[in-house]
Design a protein around this ligand. Structure first.
Ligand code: CTP
Length: 450
């Protein structure tokens, strides 16, 4: 019996897939089809798969061509499968010519002709027109955003807005954007969605204006400094049926999503304490340290540290207390925010003038999770127990600067798929704005100074 194996994502199952499976089957007597998991696709840069793994498997099954269907979830699995299933022929479409020569050590490799003029990518684009994104603000983060957006299919960064036209022009020229403007109305007319990367205190106003103009909004953190403002933004978004997402990139990274999943799985028992630290020594001529109203360690990095706290301990804390070391100009160089919950605690440490170990520790009744610095670009974490010999280490791929994940989820939601909104919820976003508000109030009153 001649055994054949082939692999694919088989998203939005189409004629090309059917033809490929039919030809693959004709190569032998028994056909195994490997269908990729979402995580594996993400790890190899395919961020926009629409159908769930179940649906994709079901579609392959429905063809009646596969004798066995397996799931492909890691690099190197093909070599394992070929040996494990005693495969005679490995086959894929001709778009992969040359990519699988290494398998010739184990079996025959056949590249089948690809069906012309159809692909999942084409169908995804047809189903959902390209989303034109406009960038508001031209600072450091905006410069990282544009190259990252190129990795997400279905979106294009089209224009840029800055009240200083020179900055807008330079940015547009540098990134070869179609349009730049200092006129917010004209700018908004040119786009479907905006990415807000302007100074912190302007986020809320820009987000509000964009949502009122029926634009989807991806807003840099902190989205708002007041809880009521965050609530209002989400209300407008609902009313106008637009997507509003706060851009805390960690929330959308596959590694962090997995960490949250493991923490909530019961692996460490009940979660009782979350401790998150993020510090970066910042020169004293930058906005973070010179903006006496909204600069400082907590407004800058607190969104990062509050994310795992709100996600894992919940948004219903009973009490929060801030302790800060202040600079002469009044901004906080270092802040500890201590939360008390019904069944536990949480601690956020953030700073621009004090350096500490940037780690995340999630303590539970059976063990704990340690994610080492930089945990906010989660690539690995470890589950540890009382018995030091028992440790589970997880490694997860993190591509580029990581912004591509939030852009991909943003596009996915704009296209009407809600499946990823759990990664960072409206409630969590609003709660974080509430903590920021409380912090700024106390800093103003000077009651948080060490
Ligand atoms: N395939 C094919 N003809 C097409 C499209 C795909 O023969 N028109 C083959 C691929 O070469 C591969 C298998 O079908 O062997 C599964 O491909 P997959 O990557 O899932 O499909 P694509 O449509 O190429 O997906 P995408 O656009 O996301 O890359």
């Amino acid at each position: 019996m001649k055994k054949v194996i082939t692999y694919g994502s088989f998203d939005l199952f189409h004629e090309g897939h059917y033809n490929l499976l039919k030809r693959a089957k004709q190569l032998g007597d028994y056909l195994i089809v490997g269908v990729t998991t979402e995580q594996y696709d993400e790890a190899r840069g395919k961020l926009n798969i629409i159908d769930s793994l179940d649906e994709r498997i079901e579609n392959v099954k429905k063809t009646g061509l596969a004798d066995k269907i397996i799931v492909e979830d890691h690099v190197g699995q093909k070599v394992e499968d070929v040996q494990k299933y005693d495969i005679d022929i490995f086959t894929v479409g001709s778009d992969w010519i040359g990519s699988f020569e290494y398998l010739r050590d184990y079996c025959e490799v056949v590249y089948l002709e690809r069906t012309k003029n159809v692909s999942s990518t084409m169908l995804r684009t047809k189903q959902h027109p390209i989303i034109r994104i406009g960038v508001i603000g031209t600072g450091r983060i905006a410069e990282r955003f544009v190259p990252e957006a190129k990795y997400v299919s279905g979106v294009i960064v089209h224009s840029v807005y800055n009240p200083h036209i020179e900055s807008a022009r330079n940015f547009a020229e540098h990134f070869e954007l179609d349009l730049y403007s200092d006129d917010i109305e004209a700018f908004l007319k040119s786009v479907d969605a905006v990415y807000i990367a302007s100074p912190h205190e302007t986020h809320y106003e820009y987000a509000k204006t964009a949502l009122e103009h029926h634009k989807h909004v991806l807003c840099e953190k902190p989205m708002a400094f007041r809880k009521a403002q965050a609530e209002e933004l989400f209300q407008i978004a609902h009313r106008n049926n637009r997507v509003l997402l706060e851009a805390i990139k960690t929330a959308y990274c596959p590694g962090f999503a997995q960490l949250v999943g493991v923490a909530r799985s019961g692996a460490i028992g009940q979660i009782r304490d979350v401790e998150a630290c993020f510090t970066r020594l910042t020169p004293d001529n930058l906005r973070e340290t010179t903006d006496t109203e909204y600069g400082g360690g907590f407004t800058e990095f607190g969104s990062h540290t509050l994310l795992p706290i709100m996600k894992l301990m919940g948004t219903d804390y009973q009490e929060v207390r801030f302790d800060s070391i202040l600079a002469e100009n009044g901004i906080d160089l270092y802040t500890k925010a201590s939360f008390r919950y019904k069944n536990g605690f949480a601690l956020s440490k953030s700073g621009v003038g004090v350096k500490s170990e940037g780690q995340l520790i999630i303590a539970g009744t059976k063990g704990y999770i340690l994610a080492e610095s930089p945990w906010w670009l989660t690539q690995s974490f470890e589950v540890r127990y009382e018995d030091p010999n028992k440790r589970d280490k997880y490694f997860v791929k993190f591509l580029g600067q990581g912004l591509r994940y939030e852009i991909s989820d943003f596009a996915y939601m704009i296209n009407g798929h809600q499946g990823r909104s759990y990664k960072f919820t409206e409630e969590e976003s609003i709660a974080i704005a509430g903590v920021m508000e409380e912090f700024l109030k106390q800093r103003k009153q000077g009651t948080n100074e060490a």
